[in-house]
Design a binder for this molecule. Structure first.
Ligand code: MG
Ligand code: MG
Length: 260
């Protein structure tokens, strides 16, 4: 069952997404060598609570934190802990905000200090695949058009998309129908209609597509070949001629640009 959103609901998701974007920016300011992922989590938690939101992930299926922080070979769902960031790490930060009864969800990936050539390329390709996917997210297209946009761009660059995890509808629940895979055929899957709110979230592996679930924490997905993985995500709403992006990277990118 797909729940289409009213303009009032969309406006509230967008308001919540401002809190989310600013929470990401506060985390971004603190991503540097020597900082623990737990510390980053506490920053996001306080920021969201101080601004009238609630962390969407904390308590979701028992997840213990505000952020998913996934380092290097971790794809997604990493649990913040006492691990210390070091130069060259790839850090994927995923966060959700529950505000006035509705969720927004977005993710951004960073390198700590100067990235390796591999990581730099991976970050660029993953982010660009999200942008291309968003261009396909308009009324009349299908979910498969989004999926194909991600997969074809990523594979053209000899990287791979994760099959086991995907984007999703969201609203009153963090995960609603439909699923939004990062691989698929053009013209396949459910039709996109105005008012559909979805999270598009390419998870891109520098090496092979295979992943496994970490046996110690039962949450973190990791690449089998130990190569790095990146993750970018926006929450968008389908409109007639285009997608309207509800979450924002604006605040994150202000911080990144200031830091050069
Ligand atoms: Mg997310
Ligand atoms: Mg998501």
């Amino acid at each position: 069952m797909i729940f289409y959103k009213s303009e009032e609901e969309i406006a509230l998701i967008k308001e919540g997404a401002v809190i989310l974007g600013k929470a990401h920016a506060e985390v971004c300011k603190n991503i540097k060598a020597g900082v623990t992922t737990k510390f980053l989590d506490s920053i996001a938690y306080e920021f969201i609570c101080d601004h009238g939101g609630q962390p969407s992930f904390k308590g979701y299926n028992g997840f213990p934190a505000t952020l998913c922080i996934s380092l290097n070979d971790a794809v997604v769902h990493g649990i913040p802990n006492d691990q210390v960031l070091k130069d060259g790490d790839l850090v994927s930060v995923d966060c959700g905000v529950y505000y006035q009864g509705l969720h927004s969800d977005s993710a951004y990936s960073y390198s700590v200090g100067t990235p390796s050539v591999e990581v730099k390329k991976l970050l660029e390709v993953t982010k660009k695949s999200l942008e291309l996917a968003i261009k396909e997210a308009k009324q009349g297209n299908r979910i498969g058009d989004i999926s194909y946009a991600v997969q074809s761009y990523v594979e053209k660059h000899n990287m791979s998309v994760v099959r086991e995890l995907c984007g999703h509808g969201l609203g009153k629940d963090l995960h609603e129908s439909p699923e939004v895979p990062n691989f698929g055929r053009k013209g396949s899957g459910p039709k996109l209609l105005s008012g559909l709110v979805i999270a598009i979230e390419p998870m891109v592996n520098f090496g092979k597509k295979e992943v496994y679930l970490d046996k110690d924490d039962h949450w973190t997905f990791r690449t089998k070949d130990k190569k790095p993985s990146a993750h970018f995500e926006h929450t968008i709403v389908i409109r007639k001629d285009n997608a309207e992006v509800l979450t924002t990277f604006e605040y994150i990118e202000e911080v990144l640009n200031k830091n050069g």
